[in-house]
Design a protein around this ligand. Structure first.
Ligand code: AMP
Ligand code: ZN
Length: 462
């Protein structure tokens, strides 16, 4: 498998440190609000890497975190240590405790995660469940002389870490200080960042913990280092996140982790380009984001979104449009229909040639648009239908488009009953009731086509 490594800025051959088990970490959501479909582009990336590794017969230990404290609003302005804690802000806005907010949005996230057909990681780690590990990490850094304390927290001194800036080129020297945020006068270097922040004097935060330096909460960057080191060890194979995390968050994760352990933190950094709307980034704090529920309400299947993501390469920005999503849904619907129409033979073998071709594309830095082209090429090729189906199902272990579920779909009895009731209303000329029944069928995911003599045909919407 070849992967573009953001650290070396090169496409490299991937080989795990330990051939027995690939270790992988993805920066998960900050759970103060619904995840939006832009976030799901990045999680589709981690899912595709995970699935491709499995396709290549690797065993994988995958961890995704849930940030439920310490992610401040200032990071949109280029400084993660300023502004309000997103959890606390949401807690004040919704009149609930930060834990209630976190629990609610985690539950919603898990529902969406399932809808997107993402393979579950070994663990979803919650930052607030790793406070002890985070404090321990700050202690180690303090003992090794990498920290200093200001009036608002314990900071990491980036000038003491020689290779600071390697990941993004954002270094102690070239940082455009004060370009977008007011510089913190107590910081020794503009790139320094908070490991532990103190609760403001006279303020009782919804979430705070005692520490050797004072009551407060962990810095957002520290959380990911502590969870990754605890769950996956000092050096991991792959770390995934959106491109916005590369400049500061991931660079700071490297600094803390490598200074604490003396070992390389991550071997392959993989960053996904953003999903855009009207030329700008889609972001929940920017107020231009759609949720999965928004697109479902408009009649789109989450699998159509997954297909839409795969029509572009993960390192290219992708502009969200309803037309684009519609074309993806049309293509997927066609694929489902074809798959359902194929004659079946459980003993059919996959087409080795097409699986090889498909494998080459996914292993070429996840070239999903070309992998999808191989799918369509196979559909059109002179291959027997049962073999086509077997090949499609094998490909779907990576595509994750729920091909097997789509095949297994029998029309449920209650849908048939509803359609029969509608036919009776039509026969009796009770049009409003017949209309109502049609709407109910639509809600159940079925379209009805009327045929002569009061007959009808039911079709799944996708
Ligand atoms: P957040 O919940 O803001 O911490 O973001 C969770 C993940 O989604 C991170 O990996 C971000 O880099 C990623 N992300 C945020 N906005 C977008 C976007 N518009 N397109 C793709 N990924 C995004
Ligand atoms: Zn992270």
């Amino acid at each position: 498998m070849k992967l573009y490594n953001s650290l070396t800025r090169k496409i490299e051959d991937f080989s795990p440190l330990n051939t027995e088990m690939v270790t992988m970490y993805a920066c998960g959501p900050t759970v103060y609000d619904h995840a939006h479909i832009g976030n799901f582009r990045t999680y589709t990336l981690s899912d595709l890497i995970y699935r491709t590794l499995l396709f290549n017969d690797h065993r994988v230990k995958f961890i995704m975190n849930l940030t439920d404290v310490g992610h401040l609003t200032g990071d949109n302005l280029g400084d993660a240590d300023t502004g309000e804690d997103r959890m606390e802000k949401s807690s004040a806005k919704e009149g609930k405790s930060a834990i209630e907010i976190a629990n609610y949005y985690i539950k919603r996230f898990m529902q969406d995660y399932e809808k997107m057909n993402f393979l579950k990681p070994e663990k979803f780690t919650r930052a607030t469940e790793y406070i002890e590990e985070q404090i321990k990490l700050v202690k180690i850094l303090e003992e090794k002389g990498f920290t200093y304390t200001t009036t608002d927290g314990v900071y990491f001194d980036t000038s003491k870490f020689e290779s600071y800036g390697q990941l993004s080129g954002y270094t102690v020297e070239n940082v455009m200080e004060g370009a977008r945020v007011e510089a913190n006068p107590e910081k020794k270097n503009p790139t320094d960042f908070a490991l532990w922040k103190f609760s403001p004097i006279g303020v009782k935060r919804s979430q705070e913990w005692p520490s050797p330096w004072g009551t407060g909460f962990p810095g957002w960057h520290l959380e990911c280092s502590a969870m990754s080191l605890t769950e996956l060890g000092n050096t991991i194979d792959i770390h995934v996140g959106g491109e916005d995390l590369r400049m500061v968050h991931h660079q700071n994760e490297i600094a803390q982790s490598e200074c604490a352990t003396g070992k390389k933190f991550v071997r392959y950094w993989v960053h996904g380009a953003h999903m855009m709307v009207d030329g700008g980034r889609m972001g929940k704090s920017l107020g231009n984001a759609y949720t999965l529920t928004d697109i479902e309400k408009k009649g789109f299947d989450p699998m159509a979104l997954r297909y839409f993501f795969m029509t572009s390469h993960y390192r290219s920005k992708l502009n969200f449009t309803w037309e684009g999503l519609q074309s993806a849904q049309n293509a997927l619907k066609k694929l489902y229909e074809l798959a359902r129409s194929y004659s079946r033979d459980p003993s059919a073998k996959v087409s080795k040639d097409f699986i090889k071709k498909f494998g080459e594309k996914i292993n070429d830095d996840l070239n999903m648009p070309e992998a999808l082209a191989v799918v369509w090429e196979m559909i059109k090729a002179e291959v027997g239908e049962p073999e086509k189906l077997a090949t499609l199902l094998k490909m779907d272990t990576v595509l994750g488009l729920r091909m097997e579920e789509n095949l297994a779909l029998e029309t449920p009895q209650k849908v048939i009953d509803m359609a029969k009731t509608r036919a009776e209303y039509r026969r009796a000329g009770i049009w409003d009731k017949a209309d109502q029944a049609r709407k109910q069928l639509m809600d159940m995911g079925y379209e009805i086509e009327d045929l002569p003599d009061g007959k009808f045909k039911l079709k799944r919407k996708i």
